[in-house]
Design a protein around this ligand. Sequence first.
Ligand SMILES: [Zn+2]
Length: 435
Amino acid sequence: MENTAESEVVDLCRDLLRIDTTNTGDPRTTVGERAAAEYVAERLGEVGVETRLLESAPTRANLIARIPGADSSRGALLVHGHLDVVPADASEWSVDPFSGEIKDGYLWGRGAVDMKDFDAMVLAVVREWRRTGYVPPRDIVLAYTADEEAGMEYGSQWLVQNHPDAFEGCTEAIGEVGGYSYTVNDDLRLYLVQTAEKGLDWLRLHATGRPGHGSFIHDDNAVTTLAEAVARVGRHRFPTVLTPTVRSFLEQVSDALEIELDPDEPELAVSKLGPIANLIGATLRNTANPTRLAAGYKDNVIPGRASATIDCRTLPGHADAFLRELREVIGPDLEIEHVHQQPAVETAFDGDLVDAMGAALRAEDPGARTVPYLMSGGTDAKAFSTLGIRCFGFAPLRLPPDLNFSALFHGIDERVPVEGLKFGVRVLDRLLRNS
Ligand SMILES: [Zn+2]
């Protein structure tokens, strides 16, 4: 039987899952990105697609290819996916996380939804095009990246800084995390398309005090000062702010679920969303979560300094207001050090590409309705946005209604429905042919 995109996508995804590309966050122990990039290069090479393997550091490989379209004067579409995955502890899983096992209608493995599924879909679609001689309407740039899971320093950020030429002419992009279904009822499924991402600000609070002996009365203890501030930050609720994306999402979801949306209490609507409530809840406000503490070196010595790390996520356009409010919460005395910052991104949910997403989904699922959403985490879109590219999260998957999809990301027993992969290939093929 001749290979088609739909018939080979599962095997391609399985092969990718079997290449362990665990990104530990430490370049010395991060493995497999080059092997995965070479695998993709071989599969593209088999059908005559030229690729560029760009290494940011030994084994930290990124792969780029350009598929010429019928009209190269139009803006090109960037289609991107990362090849690295977060670690998996095999003892917690019901299958070997790197065996690519198929059972109960799912393909199991670390990276099955984040995001070797989409990597394989793109590969399958392009291979079929080349076998049949199909030429897309405009140029398509493929990017398979390293290091998405640990800050993008060796992946998309390095690419946009060192090889911006690879993305020349790209006006729009699709990648993770979006295009998956949320079932309302038998006749209606919402497909969440990511149009925005929160910004990230990992900061360290430093408190200083007078060092001294632990047996004395002491009223200027850095640990006490820090602990009070950290507790205030941890308990502080930043006010609800409905950004354009979130407002549009809530309006459409309330309409679909036939629930009342009170703009003053959007949390009520969110609480009715079941498995995606957690995902959406964090997009209503800025957040600041204490994650690390450091102070002291001996049980009976009061240290002169103490520090805490706070993981802050900010809404598009609200980073400055966030910092002012945070300063009020922690008070004037502590020093704030910004350890790592990435800006929020947001694009409007309109245009031909967005229309084509809806049309491609409805052709394969008559009950499909697309809705834009803001994601609380970050993706490679942050880096590609800096080139002026409009980025969308659209890696299409039709999911069973009872699957807790968001829990699979970085989760135990990560898996993707086999039928969902095939559905994704059909939708992606339609989208790319009509965009
Ligand atoms: Zn991902």
